[in-house]
Design a protein around this ligand. Structure first.
Ligand code: UN1
Length: 496
């Protein structure tokens, strides 16, 4: 174990570390212990950060993109050097098991190198002009100041999906991380500083959604908001941005399903379900919370899944042998408990779990037993609403067509998966599953950063995080015409 030193958290504005008087506690979800105090900033702090960003952006946009990339390479390299340290801090504030924390830091490193590479691309287009001696092209240009609002479940990876494409494209950033997981944001801000990123290009303001988030969304000097978080908050942000004609990118969760067909490799499917349903204690937007199973293999799948669930070790994620860590906080725990009661009342059959764990060390942390419901019908609330916890609903179906229909019956559309060895079903499924991400013979989690991340329907508003597509919300297209004929040529009129 590396020795963790948690510094006093301060806002990072215009390259300076600024204390805020009002604070609240950050609690380790595995132990209930206070780790540090997080600043609760106000509207004035946001204004200060936005004005620093606005000023810095003008200069930053003039730095050639391959040179902007040099800073990102350094950020990636520093993250790599500190990977183990960052992972342990991440587990301490978020609870996810150490193996997954390392994976999340790696996701950030990958994003740094990937977006740094984009510094030598940022491709535009040349297009034939309709007039002689005229040149036409289009180019991506930065939008200006970008407001980033990130959740606690991936405190470093999601921040990199948003901030790295924003800055490589020549924008400046004001970032509000979740109050539950500010340590990762503070560490990333230190890395930006160490990498020599010019002052004001990235600013971090800690605080609540109501104050800091709201101020960012309503600030007229912020041109784009990129948000990942709850549906209600996201819809509120979309409405506010709509009124201001502000660009907005939203990623707001899922109700992701694994489909297990009658010809599937059942043990492989069980491993896929286990990993994507109970990894991160189900607190991923991509988590599997429904299993749509062909009735011919339902009882086999139930038996195998239950046997493997019994082997899951639950506890403090810093212990390498632990597979399932705690729930982020008491409110999260309470919500999961309520959904279990809803499921029982709806007539679903509880096969495993369903309880808050309180034995020994678990008494102080927020632990919920991996939970399996069966005989769930797709209209039940537990099969429709996002629970954000280790709760899986098994929904039996009679055919491939019914499986697809059930998958598509929810308001979300983030991720889906099918286990089958029938090549025709594979291709039909990838076409018909109406989610932004589709997996074949793998669980619903594990997106790679160089592909677009996001979903259809209630999951978002059509934008994508990560991948080259992440650049879309952070850039405008500029069309440029150069007429070298030496005379006035009128488009549409002077055509020969
Ligand atoms: C999220 O839950 O919001 O694909 C992000 C995955 C991870 C990212 C999840 N790479 O599960």
């Amino acid at each position: 174990m590396v020795k963790l030193e948690i510094e006093k958290l301060r806002n990072y504005i215009n390259g300076e570390w600024k204390e805020v008087a009002r604070t609240t506690a950050v609690v380790n979800p595995a132990t209930g212990e206070e780790l540090v105090q997080v600043p609760l900033s106000s509207k004035e702090h946001v204004e200060e950060a936005v004005s620093a960003a606005k000023k810095a952006q003008k200069e930053w946009a003039l730095v050639p993109a391959p040179m902007r990339a040099e800073f990102l390479y350094r950020v990636g390299y520093l993250m790599k050097e500190k990977k183990e340290y960052l992972a342990q801090l991440l587990t301490s504030e978020n609870g996810k098991v150490i193996e997954e924390a390392r994976g999340e830091v790696q996701e950030g490193i990958d994003m740094a190198y990937y977006m740094a590479g984009e510094g030598r691309r940022l491709f535009g287009q040349t297009t034939p002009a309709e007039l002689k001696d005229k040149f036409a092209m289009s180019q991506r240009v930065p939008v200006g100041v970008v407001g980033i609002i990130t959740p606690w479940n991936f405190p470093i990876a999601i921040a990199t999906w948003k901030s790295f494409p924003a800055i490589i494209a020549g924008n400046a950033v004001v970032w509000k991380p979740a109050t539950e997981t500010p340590i990762m944001a503070f560490e990333l801000a230190k890395i930006f500083e160490e990498a020599g990123l010019p002052k004001g290009v990235v600013n971090v303001v800690f605080g609540s959604g109501n104050e800091v988030g709201n101020a960012l969304v309503h600030d007229e000097n912020v041109q784009v908001i990129s948000f990942t978080g709850s549906n209600d908050t996201g819809r509120g942000i979309a409405a506010a941005c709509g009124r201001q004609l502000k660009k907005v990118s939203l990623e707001m969760g899922g109700k992701n399903a694994v489909i297990v067909m009658d010809d599937a490799d059942i043990d492989l499917a069980v491993e896929g379900i286990l990993w994507s349903a109970f990894g991160t204690s189900g607190q991923r937007c991509t988590a599997c919370s429904r299993v749509i199973v062909h009735e011919a293999v339902k009882s086999t799948l139930e038996a195998h899944l239950l046997a493997r669930m019994e082997q899951l070790t639950i506890g403090n994620g810093l212990d390498e042998s632990i597979k399932v860590g705690p729930i982020i906080n008491k409110e999260g725990l309470q919500k999961i408990k309520e959904y279990v009661e809803i499921g029982k009342a709806e007539g679903a059959r509880l096969l495993a779990g369903g309880t808050v764990l309180t034995e020994g060390d678990q008494q102080m942390g927020n632990y919920f037993a991996p939970t399996l419901f069966t005989d769930v019908s797709s209209t039940m609330r537990i099969a429709q609403e996002e629970i954000f916890g280790p709760v899986v609903s098994l929904i039996p179906v009679k055919s491939f067509e019914e499986a697809i229909e059930v998958n598509n019956s929810v308001t979300f559309g983030l991720s889906s998966s099918i286990f089958t060895n029938d090549v025709n079903q594979v291709f039909r499924a990838q076409r018909d599953l109406d989610t932004g991400i589709v997996y074949v013979n793998a669980g619903t989690t594990g997106a790679e950063i160089h592909l677009p991340f996001g979903g259809t329907k209630g999951t978002g508003n059509g934008h994508r995080d990560s991948g080259i597509q992440a650049l879309d919300v952070f850039t405008e297209w500029k069309a440029i015409y150069v007429d070298y004929s030496g005379k006035l040529q009128r488009a549409q009129i002077d055509v020969e």
